[in-house]
Unconditional design. Structure first.
Lengths: 312, 311
C-alpha cells in the first residue's frame, strides 16, 4: 500500500532525472527554462496560500541574479556558493520589505511588491561601478561551460528542492497556520497564530527561492542586466502557470508549469513577438472562468464521478 | 478630544508645509518648483480617474496606466492617419475609450465584483499584461512621438526662462478635480455614484441602479484616462511599458490621500512631482527620482499601520 502510494513520485523523479538520456540539447534547453519558471510559479503559490498576493517574483529573481553574479565576479567563489548568496540576499531584502509592508495587506502589499522589480532595477543601475549600470555584467564563462545536460540536472535539483519545501509547508503545521490566515485572519489570530510572523517568514522563504532561481538562471545564461534580469516575464509566466494549473497546492503550479512550458515553445515559434499576450489572456480567463485551475477542476470532476459511482 | 486637537495641529503643520516649501523652493531652486508642478500635475490628473474607480466601484485597476498608454497610441495613430493634433484627438479618444471601458466592464470587471480582492487584482494585472503585450505585438517596443512645435513655447521672467506648455498638466489636474467634485456633489448621477461608493447595498435599497452606476463610472474613468493618454503624448513618447509607472504612482497618491479623497490626490501629486524634481536637480543623483514614490508608498503604509495600532 505504502509502496504504491509513492510509486508516482518515484516514477516521476526517475523520468525527470533520466530525461537527458533520451532527449537532445534543444529539449534540455527547453526543459531548463521550463523548470526555472516552474520554480518561480511554485514559490509564488506558496505565498498565495497565506492569502497574500505578491507581485515581487521578478524583483527577487533579478536581485538574486545580481547578487550571485556580483559575488562570483568580485570575490571568485564557487558558483554554488554565489547562487546560495543570491538566495540569501533576496530573502533578507524580502524580510526587511515584509517587516515594513506586511502590516497592511491586500492591495497595499500587492502593489508594493509589484513596484519592487522597477525599484531594484533603478537602484542597481545607479551603482554603475559595481553593477555595470544599464549595460549589466557578463560572465566570462557560463556554468559547466554550457554543458546542457549538467545544467539541466542543476536546474532540476532547484525545482525538486522547491517542491520539497512546498510539500514541507503543506504537510506540517505551517499549512494549518497559513490556511487559517487565508480563510480568516481574525480567527487565526484568536487561535494563537502569530499572523505577522508567519507572513514575514513565508514571504522571506519564497523570495529566497526566487533569488536562488535568479542566481541559477544568471549562471546558466551568463549575464545580468537591469532590463533582462528584472523582465516582467519572470512575473507574468509564473503567474499564468500557477493559475492555469491551480493555486493553493504543490502539484497545481507544477502541472501548470509543465503544460505552459511546453506550450510556450510552440507559441514562441508561432508568434515570436506577441506570445506573451497569451499569458496575460490566460491570467484573465482563468481568474474569471476557471478559478480552481486545471488541477482543481480535474480533482472536482474526479470526486464527483467517484461520488456518483459510490451512490450506484 | 485630544485626538481632535492633535489632528488640528497636524493639519496646521501640513498647511504651513504646503505654503512654506514652495516659498523656500522659489527662492532656492525655482526650476524645481516649476518642473515639480508640471510633473505633479501629470501624476495627479492620471491618478484622479483611478481614484474615482476605486472610490465608487471599489476595484483597484492595475491596468490603469495601460489604458493611458493605449490612449497615447490611439492619439499617435490618429495623428498619422487623420492628421489630428493629439490635443484634438482627445475628443475621439473619449468616445473610443468610453466604449472600450464599457466593454471591459461588461466582459470582465462585472464578473469579478463579488470575487475576493485578490482575484480582482489578478484580473486587472492580467489585463495590464494583455495591454502591454498587445502594444508590443502591434507597434513593437520602439518609442513613438509626434513632432509638435507648440510644446516648446517658453517664457522669460527676469533671469528665469522656462517652458510654459507643460503647465497644461497642472491646469488639467485642477480643472478635472473641480469638475469631478461638482459632478459628485451637485448632479443627481454623481450623488448616486457617491452613495454607491459608500454603501452599494444601501444604495440599491433606495432604488439606485448599482450596476449601471458602476458601468457609468468605469467607462467615464477609462474615457478620461484614454483622453489623458493623448495629452500625455504631446510631451512624452509612448512605448508599451510607458503606462505601468503611472499605475504605481497613481496608487501611491491614492494611498497617500486615502480612498475617496480626490483633492488629496491632487495635492499629493504636486508633492510627489516637486519631490522628484528636487531629487533630479542634484547632479549625479537624477536616477534616484524614480525611487521617490516607492519611499513615499512604504512610508505611508508604515504610517497607516502605526495609526491603526494606536487608534
Amino acid at each position: 500500500m505504502r509502496m504504491t502510494r509513492y510509486l508516482p513520485y518515484v516514477l516521476g523523479a526517475a523520468l525527470a532525472a533520466l530525461f537527458p538520456l533520451f532527449s537532445g540539447a534543444y529539449l534540455e534547453q527547453v526543459a531548463v527554462g521550463m523548470l526555472i519558471y516552474l520554480t518561480l510559479a511554485l514559490s509564488w503559490d506558496m505565498l498565495l496560500r497565506s492569502g497574500q498576493l505578491g507581485f515581487g517574483t521578478a524583483g527577487f529573481f533579478g536581485l538574486g541574479s545580481y547578487a550571485a553574479i556580483l559575488l562570483f565576479l568580485n570575490v571568485g567563489v564557487h558558483p554554488f556558493v554565489s547562487i546560495a548568496f543570491g538566495g540569501v540576499v533576496a530573502g533578507v531584502v524580502a524580510l526587511l520589505v515584509g517587516l515594513a509592508v506586511l502590516r497592511l495587506r491586500g492591495m497595499y502589499f500587492a502593489i508594493t511588491t509589484l513596484a519592487l522589480a522597477g525599484i531594484f532595477a533603478v537602484v542597481l543601475r545607479n551603482f554603475p561601478g559595481l553593477t555595470g549600470g544599464s549595460e549589466g555584467r557578463m560572465l566570462p564563462n557560463c556554468i559547466y561551460a554550457g554543458n546542457t545536460t549538467k545544467i539541466y540536472w542543476l536546474v532540476l535539483a532547484l525545482a525538486v528542492f522547491t517542491i520539497v519545501i512546498s510539500e514541507v509547508f503543506e504537510r506540517t503545521r505551517i499549512r494549518l497556520a497559513l490556511t487559517s490566515i487565508r480563510n480568516d485572519e481574525r480567527v487565526a489570530k484568536s487561535s494563537g497564530v502569530n499572523v505577522f510572523k508567519y507572513l514575514v517568514f513565508v514571504f522571506a522563504v519564497t523570495s529566497a527561492i526566487q533569488g536562488l532561481a535568479g542566481g541559477t538562471y544568471a549562471h546558466v545564461f551568463g549575464f545580468v542586466s537591469p532590463e533582462g534580469s528584472f523582465s516582467a516575464n519572470f512575473l507574468l509566466l509564473p503567474l499564468a502557470m500557477a493559475l492555469l494549473g491551480g493555486v493553493h497546492s504543490t502539484w497545481g503550479p507544477v502541472v501548470g508549469g509543465l503544460v505552459l512550458g511546453a506550450l510556450s515553445e510552440y507559441l514562441k515559434l508561432q508568434i515570436p513577438y506577441g506570445h506573451l499576450l497569451v499569458y496575460g489572456a490566460i491570467i484573465v480567463v482563468v481568474t474569471l472562468f476557471l478559478p480552481q485551475g486545471l488541477m482543481g477542476t480535474v480533482r472536482a470532476w474526479w470526486r464527483r464521478s467517484h461520488v456518483t459511482r459510490g451512490a450506484q | 478630544m485630544t485626538l481632535f486637537r492633535t489632528l488640528r495641529r497636524w493639519q496646521l503643520l501640513l498647511l504651513l508645509a504646503s505654503l512654506g516649501v514652495p516659498i523656500v523652493l522659489m527662492l532656492w531652486k525655482p526650476y524645481v518648483l516649476i518642473e515639480g508642478l508640471q510633473r505633479g500635475g501629470l501624476y495627479a490628473v492620471i491618478a484622479l480617474p483611478m481614484a474615482l474607480i476605486l472610490g465608487v466601484v471599489g476595484i483597484i485597476n492595475l491596468a490603469h496606466g495601460e489604458f493611458m498608454m493605449l490612449g497615447a497610441y490611439f492619439a499617435y495613430w490618429m495623428g498619422v492617419y487623420a492628421g489630428l493634433d493629439p490635443l484634438v484627438a482627445m475628443i475621439p479618444a473619449v468616445v473610443a475609450f468610453a466604449l472600450l471601458g464599457a466593454i471591459t466592464y461588461v466582459l470582465t470587471i462585472r464578473r469579478a465584483l463579488k470575487a475576493p480582492e485578490l482575484n480582482q487584482l489578478l484580473l486587472t494585472f492580467g489585463m495590464a499584461m494583455v495591454g502591454t503585450e498587445f502594444a508590443n505585438l502591434m507597434w513593437t517596443s520602439q518609442p513613438l512621438k509626434p513632432h509638435l512645435s507648440y510644446v516648446y513655447s517658453s517664457v522669460a521672467l527676469g533671469k528665469l526662462r522656462f517652458g510654459t506648455y507643460a503647465f497644461i498638466y497642472t491646469a488639467a489636474a485642477i480643472v478635472l478635480l473641480v469638475l469631478l467634485q461638482l459632478f459628485l456633489r451637485k448632479t443627481r448621477l454623481g450623488r448616486a455614484a457617491l452613495a454607491v461608493g459608500q454603501n452599494p447595498r444601501g444604495a440599491r435599497l433606495v432604488g439606485i441602479d448599482v450596476n449601471r452606476t458602476y458601468l457609468l463610472i468605469f467607462s467615464v474613468s477609462i474615457a478620461l484616462v484614454g483622453a489623458l493618454g493623448a495629452m500625455f503624448l504631446t510631451r512624452h513618447s509612448v512605448f508599451p511599458s510607458a503606462g505601468s509607472p503611472f499605475t504605481m504612482k497613481s496608487f501611491c497618491l491614492i494611498a497617500m490621500a486615502g480612498i475617496g479623497n480626490l483633492p488629496g490626490v491632487v495635492w499629493g501629486g504636486f508633492g510627489l512631482g516637486i519631490a522628484e524634481a528636487l531629487v533630479s536637480s542634484f547632479r549625479g543623483y537624477g536616477g534616484w527620482a524614480d525611487v521617490v514614490f516607492f519611499a513615499v508608498l512604504v512610508a505611508v503604509i508604515m504610517g497607516k499601520s502605526y495609526r491603526r495600532q494606536t487608534a
